[in-house]
Design a protein around this ligand. Structure first.
Ligand code: NDP
Length: 289
């Protein structure tokens, strides 16, 4: 019979994507679609511009249209929770969700930002028993702090410009985890304590186009045995990481964290461990690095 093929065509991809506002400049789609193509996964990732008052409809639409899951970025990471059936432990303590996963008939909220960071960090230094110095007290800092506390870090020193925000995060960590957190106001250059094994910039300092922004730290207080990480994905080689490298520290960049976070999403949605090198290369093309 003309046109007859033994295998039925499949024109229905598995659907996922990101709800955010604004979303047009969110590059996650580039690494996700690169992974789908590389692994011949019949799946699409779509950026969707969703204003806060339309979030409930957007989630209802995703459920109705058979989405396998979705990411949500600003401003929906907290508001989405009431539209889900449950939360993973770390997402519950963080109080924010960036990845919704359909498990059976349940929609569960995960927070893969901190998980992505933990995955980058663990091969260099397992966090159990470590003292971490963390600059920042916003969403990224909160996700990293909770994940490391749950992974057994014993001390976290939070350094932030806004004292109220820093103190609130320290109190939250002390109440919700076994980790001992303390807050230090950020005034002038911060001197890193000698026993800190992990030092992380989780502020937005250094993000393109403000690439000369400086994380105010006493350069002489870096020690070669410290692992120094930055959440800034673009440019990946921030001024902060360059200063740490010059002092002999091993470093982890924010692009790696972003890739690991994206890979975790794919593992949750599809049960596939994607090739991270392919995903990183796709983002490097977008960022022109
Ligand atoms: P928030 O707005 O929630 O927090 C921003 C933080 O940066 C606050 O602690 C703020 O301090 C601090 N900050 C900003 N500017 C300055 C400054 N000039 N001096 C001192 N502190 C400053 O943002 P997020 O936590 O959501 O995001 C922070 C960064 O993390 C972003 O650049 C984002 O790109 C990156 N990120 C990377 C991810 C990855 O996978 N690589 C994942 C998620 C985020 P204060 O409280 O005093 O205002």
């Amino acid at each position: 019979m003309p046109g007859h093929h033994s295998a039925m065509p499949d024109f229905l991809p598995a659907l996922t994507g990101c709800f955010a506002q604004p979303v047009a400049e969110n590059p996650t789609v580039a690494m996700m679609e690169a992974a789908f193509a590389h692994h011949s996964l019949h799946c699409r990732y779509i950026n969707m511009e969703v204003p806060p008052e339309k979030l409930a409809d957007a989630v209802r639409g995703a459920k109705a249209q058979g989405y396998i899951g979705f990411n949500c970025s600003l401003p929906h990471k907290v508001a989405v929770i009431e539209h889900l059936d449950g939360l993973a432990d770390s997402a519950r303590i963080i109080g924010a969700v960036n990845c919704a996963v359909k498990r059976g008939e349940q929609w569960i909220g995960e927070n893969t930002d901190g998980q992505g960071f933990l995955e980058s960090l663990t091969p260099l230094v397992p966090p159990a028993g470590q003292h971490m110095v963390l600059f920042g007290a916003g969403g990224a800092a909160r996700a990293i702090a909770v994940e490391l506390a749950l992974a057994g870090a014993t001390r976290i020193t939070l350094v932030n410009r806004d004292a109220a925000r820093g103190e609130a995060l320290a109190a939250h960590l002390n109440a919700q985890t076994r980790c001992a957190a303390s807050f230090v106001p950020w005034q002038g250059e911060f001197t890193l304590p000698a026993d800190a094994g992990i030092v992380v910039n989780a502020t937005s300092i250094g993000l393109f186009p403000n690439v000369n922004g400086r994380v105010e730290v006493v350069v002489d207080s870096f020690r070669p045995d410290m692992i120094v990480a930055d959440v800034i994905p673009n440019p990946p080689r921030t001024r902060f990481l360059q200063e740490a490298e010059a002092a002999g520290c091993r470093t982890l960049d924010g692009l790696g964290m972003l890739v690991n976070q994206g890979a975790k999403n794919i593992e949750y949605w599809l049960g596939v461990s994607p090739d991270k090198a392919v995903m990183r290369a796709a983002l490097e093309r977008v960022f022109g690095v």
